[in-house]
Write a protein of this length. Structure first.
Length: 970
């Protein structure tokens, strides 16, 4: 078996070296998927808990956003987890959550289409073989029921949410796993290949075999970037993550030699042919149905389309996954025989080809390779002469490493033109590192993997021939990952067989054949510590946190505050709320009253950043943004683009009138960020905690400057004044840092700070100390801004205090309602969100109405003065809350409107800047001369990259443009 493994490795290496991979033909669907190729993207999965359902819905939405095509639909095919009864207590909640989620997605994107999202959910069925309630035939059953539904069958799904009318028009299905990502436009590329006449499946006369074309196309599957850095195990064994900008078609021996690949469960299939060929599979038999489906239906590899999925972060979870695969492979071993079981007709002739049988056999062979290698090593060490034992050991090591070494030697032999020899050798040797490490780990884990494979084979054979049960035993990858324990003790417990074999063999050899230890010792040592190696590889990679010192943190925040000073000082009404390009400070104060689209975008984001830092309130941010947008609406534009330069005083475009690709791209990207930030404000607190930090920054800047002046000041009187000022600034900053973050406490503090800072500013004139005066005045302005914001959105803070005894005196019913009101007021004092304030008319205001009604009923004649005082105060409270609620509602609407304006301003026509022959963007367009620049931005590492990214993200240009950009340094 080891010889076969080595021979096959060499053959595969030769084939991939000699033969060039060929891309499958495809249709040109760049303008959209035609209606006759309507496709449904499905995720067969299980509803296990509320959190997983949220992830499923989010994943479905992301897949749609990456593939927004007219005739493409997205569905969840769901079951509930196995159970001892048909219905469990929490089932209805899970199903309802999934149904509501699909409905919400449909509502969210109804402006695109009403038929985008669907849910097809099955109830549990009793399985007599497994003696459990479960989804019929698991994933294979879900797809079978889906195919039947797509061709008119009814009753296969208990719950169908979404526009089911489109199901009968579906021609292709793209099936994905729960964690499989569907990158941008990949669905369209798969459909384009599937729809090509040369790829369409053609059955033989008997309808038993696909003789031309393909029923299934299997894209290449890569590792998602997030999972690639979870552990060293994934880094070393998981392959290269992310997008490869250079590789288009990848070599595969079966595809290159026989024009036929293998399906691994994530790809596209033709519904009619797939259903016709796979509907007769026997029940309770097939676990790994993917390979069998590709054998029956004929599949091809579509290696120039790539999907991404998570890779197991732990060695033991990866082994558990492969154990399940091996069980599935051995359960279809019967398809090596001339006759096989079917669903309806008993035993029938085996319709699969000789190549398909070889694929099944090869999977079985590979599953027992570790056991055969281990057996050969142990037998030769224990029974053969030392020379033969050494030879066999070297042979086993070569069987594992030789294909990798041959590939490395080929890389070294063929040096790229123009690359220095030493650089080439260094690069090639470094590239060998990971493949050789993978070979080493194959040898390290050999005993454990041998036992795992034997366990999988034995379990399967026992279940097939004796127990007839647990043939559909299966865990999702997520369940397997969550069930794995990550401590060293657990790894030794799980992999105890490897140290056990190493120990027993070592003892035998040291007692009986010590001369063999020179050969066997290194491997035995590695086997003994293999659990520790597996544990070390499986440890999470924790990024080293960047821990700033307090000094560094304060320095960066004060630098931010100084930066904001530029924008608050110079983006004013005098310049039409546009940022000047620059300001000359010395000699003299000279403002360059011109601006560009990039400058405008930077100023808008500076406003947003100032809010994030706590320098301005949300109302100030909204006001400044509206004023800048008002100016932009009056500025002359060309096809949606602002010109490259404007006079900020007159708004006249500067000659020559010019549209810059970079500037327009920058502005578009900045507007999208601003719009997203404004929408976030609708969910934010009315007074973010960072307000105190922002006010402290404003005082921290002059404090830092005074500390520097004290070091150089020689006059005692001046030093005394500066020391007093420094102590005052330090006290204010300490108060801001100590302030309990509650609305009432912040209001008291802001009032106090305004009074003290106003007095301090009056003591220090703008003439004698202009810098200090400016910063203290800026502090007063910021405190006033935040106080006004607080008192508008929490107007109940400015009404008189409640009459004494309001909470403690009254009838039981009144006291109960008052206790509820008091609780709600305490919750509001802990800083509510903007939407909570907007909802006060539905929450707290009705409660106040009820309390007033209770008091009025108890004081019909109006003689109780205390009750009248209570009612008067409650009515003031109610009026204040109505005002704040109305303002919050208006604020939310305004934020959404301005965010929509961001999208409108970002809509620019870049088509005239696009060089179609090169798929690149011109540097710009001279409107005055009606001339486009001949030069193009052709490098990824250029300032035009943001424009390319934004336009691709908008869907205005193909992502192929991204790969047309040069990568000279990568």
């Amino acid at each position: 078996m080891s010889s076969v493994q080595l021979a096959l490795g060499i053959v595969h290496w030769l084939m991939t070296t000699v033969m060039s991979p060929q891309a499958l033909p495809r249709m040109d669907f760049r303008t959209g998927i035609p209606s006759e190729c309507r496709t449904l993207v499905v995720i067969p999965t299980m509803l296990s808990n509320a959190a997983s359902i949220e992830r499923l819905l989010e994943g479905l939405e992301i897949r749609y956003l990456a593939n927004r095509e007219k005739n493409l639909h997205f569905a969840l095919l769901t079951d509930l987890e196995d159970a001892s009864t048909e219905i469990l207590p929490g089932d209805s909640d899970l199903v309802q959550q999934a149904c509501s989620g699909i409905t919400e997605l449909a509502q969210k994107y109804k402006s695109d289409r009403a038929d985008i999202f669907l849910l097809l959910h099955r109830s549990r069925r009793w399985n007599a073989h497994e003696k459990i309630w479960m989804g019929y035939e698991r994933k294979r059953g879900k797809l079978a029921d889906l195919n039947a539904t797509l061709r008119g069958a009814s009753g296969r799904f208990a719950n169908v949410v979404g526009d089911s009318a489109i199901l009968l028009q579906v021609r292709f299905v793209i099936t994905l796993d729960t964690d499989t990502q569907l990158p941008r436009d990949s669905a369209r590329e798969m459909i384009a290949a599937m729809a090509h006449p040369l790829n369409r499946p053609v059955l033989d006369a008997a309808g038993r075999r696909v003789i031309h074309g393909y029923t299934i196309l299997q894209p290449r599957v890569g590792i998602s970037l997030p999972s690639a850095y979870r552990s060293w195990f994934v880094r070393l064994l998981g392959g290269d993550p992310g997008v490869d900008p250079y590789t288009r078609v990848v070599s595969d021996v079966y595809q290159d030699l026989f024009a036929e690949g293998s399906f691994v469960g994530k790809g596209i299939y033709d519904v009619d042919t797939f259903d016709h060929r796979c509907r007769d599979f026997p029940e309770n038999t097939i676990l790994s149905h993917d390979l069998l489906e590709s054998c029956y239906c004929r599949s091809a590899l579509l290696t120039d389309v790539i999907l991404y999925e998570d890779y197991p972060s732990s060695y033991t979870s990866d082994v558990g996954r492969r154990h399940r695969w091996m069980r599935g492979d051995w359960q279809i071993a019967a398809w090596l025989l001339p006759r096989v079981r079917s669903l309806e007709s008993g035993r029938v002739g085996n319709p699969i080809s000789a190549l398909s049988r070889w694929k099944i056999f090869d999977n079985l062979r590979r599953s027992i390779v570790p056991a055969s290698m281990l057996s050969v090593l142990l037998l030769t060490w224990l029974l053969t002469p030392p020379a033969l034992a050494a030879l066999v050991t070297v042979f086993i090591v070569l069987a594992v490493t030789l294909p990798t070494l041959l590939t490395a030697l080929m890389d070294i032999a063929f040096k790229p033109t123009g690359l220095p020899v030493l650089t080439h050798l260094k690069t090639s040797v470094l590239a060998m590192g990971r493949p050789l490490a993978q070979c080493l780990f194959t040898l390290v884990f050999l005993p454990y993997e041998a036992c795992i494979s034997l366990d999988a084979v034995a379990r399967t054979l026992v279940r097939i021939h004796w127990t007839k049960s647990k043939l559909l035993e299966w865990k999702t990858s997520g369940e397997t990952e969550r069930s794995v324990r990550s401590d060293l003790k657990s790894f030794f417990r799980a992999m105890l067989v490897a140290p056990g074999i190493a120990t027993v063999t070592f003892i035998w050899l040291i007692l009986q054949r010590p001369q063999i230890l020179l050969v066997a010792g290194p491997l035995l040592g590695l086997w003994f510590v293999s659990p520790a190696i597996a544990w070390w590889l499986s440890r999470p990679i924790v990024p080293k946190p960047v821990n700033l010192t307090r000094t560094q943190h304060d320095f960066l925040r004060r630098l931010s505050r100084r930066t904001w000073r530029y924008f608050e000082t110079f983006v004013t009404e005098e310049d039409n709320w546009l940022p000047p390009d620059n300001v000359q400070m010395n000699p003299g104060n000279v403002i360059a009253s011109r601006t560009s689209p990039t400058n405008i975008g930077m100023a808008l984001l500076a406003d947003l950043a100032a809010y994030d830092f706590g320098y301005i309130s949300a109302s100030c941010l909204l006001d400044r943004t509206r004023k800048t947008f008002g100016t932009m609406s009056n500025m002359e534009r060309y096809r949606g683009h602002l010109f490259n330069w404007y006079d900020t005083r007159t708004l006249t475009p500067l000659a020559p009138q010019y549209v810059s690709t970079v500037d327009s791209g920058n502005l578009a990207g900045q507007l999208f960020v601003l719009g997203s930030g404004l929408r976030e404000l609708t969910e934010s607190q009315i007074l973010p905690r960072r307000v105190c930090d922002g006010l402290a920054d404003t005082l921290g800047v002059p404090l830092e400057e005074i500390r520097g002046q004290l070091l150089s000041e020689s006059h005692e009187s001046a030093r005394r004044i500066e020391s007093n000022t420094m102590r005052w600034l330090e006290r204010q900053i300490e108060e801001l840092e100590r302030c309990p973050f509650q609305l009432s406490a912040v209001q008291v503090l802001l009032l106090k700070l305004i009074d003290e800072a106003t007095a301090a500013a009056a003591e220090r004139s703008a003439v004698s100390d202009p810098e200090l005066h400016w910063w203290i005045s800026a502090f007063v302005r910021a405190c006033t801004d935040h106080l006004q914001e607080l008192q508008r959105l929490a107007a109940w803070l400015v009404i008189p205090p409640p009459p004494s005894g309001i909470w403690d005196v009254g009838l039981p019913g009144q006291l109960q309602l008052l206790a509820e009101l008091r609780s709600q007021l305490a919750t509001l004092d802990a800083v509510p969100a903007l939407r909570e304030v907007a909802a006060l008319t539905q929450t707290t205001v009705p409660l106040i109405d009820a309390i007033c009604a209770e008091f009025s009923a108890a004081n019909v004649d109006g003689t109780d003065t205390l009750v009248r005082q209570k009612v008067d105060w409650l009515q003031q409270l109610q009026l204040a809350m109505r005002k704040s609620s109305m303002l919050a509602t208006t604020r939310i609407r305004s934020l959404e409107q301005v965010a929509d304006q961001c999208s409108e301003f970002a809509e620019m026509d870049f088509e005239f800047l696009h060089n179609k022959s090169r798929d690149l963007f011109a540097i710009g367009y001279n409107v005055s001369e009606n001339r486009i620049d001949s030069g193009c931005y052709d490098l990824l590492a250029s300032e035009a990259r943001l424009a390319s990214f934004v336009l691709i993200a908008q869907g205005n240009f193909s992502q192929e443009h991204w790969f047309a950009l040069g990568r000279l340094l990568t």
